[in-house]
Design a binder for this molecule. Structure first.
Ligand SMILES: [Cu+2]
Length: 289
């Protein structure tokens, strides 16, 4: 497929998502410990094998975050610019959505799984075993880095801390339960997010390189899930109104567009979900197992 035509496939993805929602079915992002790991590995392997000039490649998508485009939002900033608002959560939600469309195109079973670093398994093994194969070039254990970043080693590396230092489930639950503002919640979640990047170490500890590591996507899936859980508890549209029409550059999606994950065609946890077409308010959603 030529690059030009695959670009339009990716950028028109919300149309396909809309059709899936109108059919009454959305995909379910699962815990890494219950996910379809074989499909994910197949998909990531295909993306990693593509040339970095191919807009369906691993490197092309990772480069939105750090080297060499640096479009990501962290702590009220993009690159060296600072703003009086913080799009960390909505920006990464859009980013995961587009990345997942590419992963699903490579293998329809490659729904992004979340890495629950609070689970008892994580507190024993640290980085999930499925992402820690010692086989050279394993598509979940490491990802390729572009020659412009460095040539040796040409794949990502980690240097994780002790599993006992990972956040506890009660610690994270208290952040979700605590009634507070969106900005305060976002700041607290970013603090935990930073902590996991640092704990994982190696390339995950560096903004320029982190998105090339396959565990990045499941770490951010966990972060997106925490926002989802907070929204279920405190309101889907619980965000300053001035945020709603801000665009999540370089994409044309706005903050309003990404508030309701079920509008985006996915949810967390339940095996099957029915949704009323064009529903925006969470109160009209019906979840079935
Ligand atoms: Cu991150």
């Amino acid at each position: 497929m030529a690059n030009g035509s695959s670009a339009s496939v990716v950028l028109q993805a919300p149309q396909a998502v809309r059709q899936a929602i109108q059919a009454g079915i959305v995909r379910v992002r699962r815990n890494v410990e219950q996910a379809d790991i074989a499909s994910l590995k197949d998909s990531y392997g295909k993306m990693q094998a593509r040339s970095e000039n191919d807009n369906r490649s691993w490197i092309f998508w990772a480069e939105y975050h750090g080297f060499n485009r640096f479009d990501c939002w962290h702590h009220s900033g993009v690159g060296s610019q600072r703003f009086p608002y913080d799009l960390f959560l909505p920006w990464h939600r859009a980013y995961l959505l587009y990345f997942e469309r590419v992963a699903l195109a490579a293998n329809p079973g490659a729904v992004l799984p979340w890495w629950d670093w609070t689970s008892s398994t994580s507190h024993q093994v640290g980085v999930p075993a499925s992402f820690s194969s010692s086989q050279a070039g394993d598509a979940l254990a490491s990802g390729p880095v572009p020659a412009g970043l460095r040539t040796n080693p040409n794949r990502t590396r980690r240097n994780p801390g002790s599993p006992s230092q990972l956040p506890s489930a009660p610690e994270i639950q208290s952040i979700i339960d605590n009634p507070t503002t969106f900005d305060d919640f976002s700041g607290q979640v970013q603090g935990q997010h930073d902590r996991i990047h640092g704990w994982t170490g190696g390339d995950m500890g560096v903004v320029a390189a982190s998105a090339f590591d396959p565990i990045f996507w499941s770490h951010h899936c966990m972060i997106d899930r925490l926002w989802y859980l907070w929204q279920v508890k405190h309101g889907v549209d619980n965000i300053p109104p001035s945020y709603l029409n801000r665009t999540l550059a370089p994409w044309s999606l706005t903050v309003r567009d990404v508030l309701d994950v079920r509008q985006l065609g996915y949810t967390y946890g339940a095996s099957r979900v029915r949704i009323q077409a064009n529903a925006f308010n969470a109160s009209v959603l019906q979840q079935t197992n």
